[in-house]
Design a protein around this ligand. Structure first.
Ligand code: FE2
Ligand code: FE2
Length: 192
């Protein structure tokens, strides 16, 4: 079940960037720091690309599909999570628009931006927690050994290059860029 480890790792990467965003906004609030829009945009872009093009499609095409097939009672849960994947796309567009407004109009938009980031992070955490606490345990029970073989082969990129090492490297590079741009303690750039 390499797939389960892969999903957990990807959740940790997403969570790290969500925490990073919250941290940056807190520093602006507490220390009056200037927002680093280059960094905030990189974070939004990473979450958008990584979750929309890489992480959610794997869940939809493999875990959700197989669980619905093997255990139809899980369908309401799968429906909910799929609906959240679609909602996530709209939420990220709204967050991008929020940051553009914040950049154009300045501090008067700070509270709205901070609230939007908090709601966005809470949405993703709840979604990931539901997958880890409810969906993955059901998948462990109800999927067959052959299902796992097929899913693992896809998620390590053997049979599905769009999910493989090369595709993953693109997102790892984006993640590194964020770490390089972000000030300590969330990244490695000197504190501003
Ligand atoms: Fe998901
Ligand atoms: Fe997920």
């Amino acid at each position: 079940m390499k797939a389960i480890g892969i999903i957990h790792d990807e959740h940790r990467s997403l969570a790290a960037v969500l925490y990073g965003m919250l941290y940056l906004l807190r520093e602006i609030r507490l220390r009056g720091e200037q927002p680093d829009f280059d960094l905030l945009d990189s974070m939004v872009h990473y979450i958008d690309a990584f979750s929309e093009r890489f992480h959610h499609p794997k869940e939809d095409a493999y875990l959700f599909k197989f669980l619905s097939m093997r255990y139809p009672d899980a369908r309401p849960l799968v429906d909910r999570l799929e609906t959240e994947h679609r909602a996530g796309r709209k939420k990220i567009r709204a967050l991008e628009r929020m940051f553009v407004r914040y950049q154009q109009r300045g501090p008067m938009e700070f509270n709205a931006a901070a609230k939007a980031v908090q709601a966005f992070a809470a949405f993703h955490w709840d979604h990931m927690r539901t997958e880890e606490d409810r969906l993955l345990p059901l998948a462990r029970i109800h999927l067959t050994a052959d299902d796992w073989k097929l899913i693992d082969a896809a998620l390590i990129g053997e049979t599905d290059p769009s999910f493989g090492v090369e595709a993953g490297a693109e997102y790892a590079a984006m993640f590194r860029r964020i770490v390089n741009l972000a000030p300590r303690p969330i990244g490695v750039a000197p504190a501003r």
